[in-house]
Design a protein around this ligand. Structure first.
Ligand code: B12
Ligand code: SF4
Length: 600
């Protein structure tokens, strides 16, 4: 029988280096990469359509370096063994992953494999900066093909065809031409790859692009300000395909589900699948701070299966929000919005950006205390305000020639890469660490557990466990908790290009010492978190618990809250809100009068 030729499509989502230069890889990661899933879906579609004809079999293999050690030599050896042609794609490369991706590219090219690299760093830089930036030029000179833009509408196919014909271009630029998503091949990953994630979760996106203009954000300059969406049929297909593999838990990666104009159709379709066929899903979504004002949004989200929401709170100081052009965030709505989610039984996780020009050590630590006391929030994710290539902030600093750290590995929102206007570098970094510590105290973990314990049916041990995991990642692993996982893996030979490889004994001695030190922190904090959870769970009076953050929002009392009285611009925000409320009341009264007059 005629043997088919193989075309190997290798998809690698690179990780980035820790401060010692070792790739951050785990035995199990928390959430699968959506970019990897998106490209796997597109590659699989090319396989099904037999784009190289019936004599060529396309084999697609995904690697997520956050949960799998990537060995360039083994990949090359496997391809040699099976024969055929290949393309290695380094996918979804963010700025902080660019150095690692290039190091992998260097190894793969040396082994004779064609390599293409795409993702937010390439797309963001090429969209916002003049010409081609030096690190991208360097990668191209090394032989890596750079892809900037999105891969739908046949673009991955173009790159694959060029690789097949040995005519890969140095640069593929689609930044100005954003593809539609309706009916596009949907994100998916094989069950074997998903099994490397804790809890067998998968992820997908239902929309891309955002109409807002936050100056720190890269999304608008890469995915555009016009939103593009998948359809409810696409969603159903994704859910059914995954359900067949036993996967019913998903992270929908859209930056803001509440701004997706099809949100109701999506939720309705999921509710139908649940009620009519018993296909029930568990969902994590991202929303904005105004989502509770959309009639039925929270109710339907919960019914559809949403159990956790990521909220782009960003800051509680209106002056900071204004400086970042995040005008849509109204601190006057934060409490109502968080209460609405909390009462619905969902878990609330919010991002908080630190490092605005107006921030001081005192203001930041005070804000953390206000959040703890007045907002019913579970997880607070602190991020260092970072001029990410692709954002307006980065473009402005670049044009002004302001110093920005040249080490892209640090652009993980967990390191300082610029100087702050009011704090020294040392004070800035110390304040960041102290802000994390200030939120994740045992007392506050207990408070959050109690807030959940007061809701019938909620397990208070759950938030205590999550908060403890965040604390452990920060304190023991020294990384941002969003990059965390289960059991860190470290390999002597995988150290960052240009850093020395430690001799066998030295590396293992250091690893053993470090592991022992970490183990002690894990044990102490896990025990502490478990005890808090159990204490609240078994408290017979837990349903009676209440505190200021859970009290109904009474308009007249708003100015008593530190959220408005003590934050920069808080009072102005409150009086603006009252002005707007007054205007709305006046318009309503006028309309009412007109109606009455018309009736007479
Ligand atoms: C979901 C998400 C996460 C999830 C990731 C898990 C998951 N399920 O994917 C979580 C919450 C863990 C996360 C964490 C972080 N994230 Co994040 N995240 C996102 C988000 C919201 C969606 C990513 C996504 O799936 N996009 C859709 C995919 C399909 O688009 P894409 O990646 O661009 O890929 C397309 C094209 O680029 C192209 N393509 C990509 N690669 C290649 C390669 C080749 C060869 C080709 C041909 C094409 C191609 O094809 C794809 C399909 O069209 C984006 C914002 C956004 N809207 O994209 C931020 C974003 C990617 N994250 C960002 C950052 C900074 C981080 C963190 C460092 C922050 C932190 N400290 O938490 C960490 C890093 C963790 C890590 N190891 O990745 C930044 C990156 C900016 C930059 N220039 O670096 C973004 C853009 C948000 C922002 N702040 O501006 N993130
Ligand atoms: S930060 Fe969020 S709301 Fe702001 S522009 Fe980016 S995606 Fe839109």
């Amino acid at each position: 029988m005629h043997k088919k030729q193989i075309f190997h499509l290798i998809l690698i989502k690179p990780t980035h280096y820790d401060d010692d230069g070792y790739p951050i890889t785990w035995l199990r990661s928390h959430i699968p990469s959506n970019t990897l899933a998106a490209l796997y879906g597109l590659g699989d579609d090319c396989r099904r359509r037999e784009i190289f004809g019936p004599d060529v079999e396309i084999v697609v293999k995904p690697y997520d370096e956050t949960n799998t050690r990537v060995r360039a030599d083994r990949i090359a050896a496997a391809i040699r063994r099976q024969g055929g042609k290949a393309l290695v794609c380094l996918v979804g490369v963010q700025t902080n992953q660019f150095p690692r991706a290039v190091d992998l590219g260097r190894q793969l090219i040396k082994l004779g494999l064609p390599v293409a690299l795409g993702g937010f760093h390439a797309a963001g830089t090429l969209s916002m900066l003049p010409g081609v930036s030096p690190e991208i030029q360097e990668a191209m000179d090394m032989g890596i093909s750079i892809f900037a833009g999105e891969a739908e509408e046949g673009r991955l196919e173009i790159v694959m065809r060029d690789a097949f014909n040995g005519t890969l271009k140095r640069l593929y630029r689609y930044t100005e031409d954003l593809p539609g998503l309706e009916g596009a091949p949907t994100p998916s990953l094989p069950a074997k790859a998903l099994a490397r994630n804790e809890g067998r979760k998968s992820s997908f996106d239902l929309g891309r692009g955002c109409p807002f203009q936050c100056s720190f954000c890269t999304i608008i300059n890469v995915q555009g300000r016009k939103s593009r969406f998948r359809t409810a049929d696409d969603l159903e297909l994704i859910v059914r395909e995954n359900h067949r593999q036993g996967i019913d838990s998903f992270f929908i990666t859209d930056d803001n589900m509440a701004r997706n104009k099809l949100w109701e159709q999506f939720f309705d379709r999921l509710i139908e699948l649940k009620e009519n066929e018993g296909i029930a899903v568990n969902l994590i979504i991202q929303v904005d701070t105004q989502c509770h004002r959309i009639p039925n949004f929270i109710h339907k989200a919960r019914w559809a299966g949403v159990y956790r929401v990521f909220i782009g709170l960003e800051n509680i100081n209106p002056d900071n929000l204004l400086a970042a052009k995040k005008r849509q965030n109204k601190i006057t709505e934060y409490r109502k919005m968080l209460q609405a989610w909390h009462e619905s039984g969902a878990s609330t996780w919010a991002g908080y950006i630190y490092g605005f020009p107006g921030d001081t050590r005192e203001s930041v630590l005070r804000d953390i205390e206000i959040i703890k006391k007045e907002l019913p929030l579970d997880i607070l994710e602190l991020f260092v305000l970072t001029p990410l290539p692709g954002s307006e902030d980065h473009q402005t600093l670049f044009k002004q020639g302001v110093w920005m750290d040249a080490d892209l590995n640090k652009y993980d929102l967990h390191h300082r890469v610029v100087h702050h206007a009011k704090m020294s570098d040392k004070e800035f970094e110390q304040t960041y660490r102290d802000a994390w510590k200030a939120y994740y105290t045992p007392e506050h973990i207990e408070t959050v557990a109690r807030r959940h314990g007061a809701i019938p049916g909620r397990n208070p041990a759950e938030p205590a466990q999550f908060m403890t995991m965040f604390k452990i990642m920060f304190e023991a692993e020294g990384i941002h908790p969003l990059e965390g996982g289960i059991l860190r893996l470290k390999y002597r030979r995988d150290r960052r290009y240009g850093m020395k490889t430690d001799p066998v004994g030295v590396f293992h001695y250091r690893l053993a010492r470090e592991s022992w030190w970490k183990l002690k922190i894990y044990a102490r904090l896990a025990w502490q978190g478990w005890r808090i959870g159990q204490k609240v769970k078994h408290d017979p009076r837990r349903h009676e618990y209440t505190d200021l953050s859970l009290q109904p929002v009474i308009e007249e009392d708003l100015d008593k809250l530190a959220l408005f009285a003590e934050t920069a611009g808080g009072e102005a925000a409150l009086s603006k809100k009252r002005g707007e409320d007054l205007m709305r009341a006046k318009v309503a009264a006028r309309q009412n009068l007109q109606r009455l007059e018309a009736a007479e």
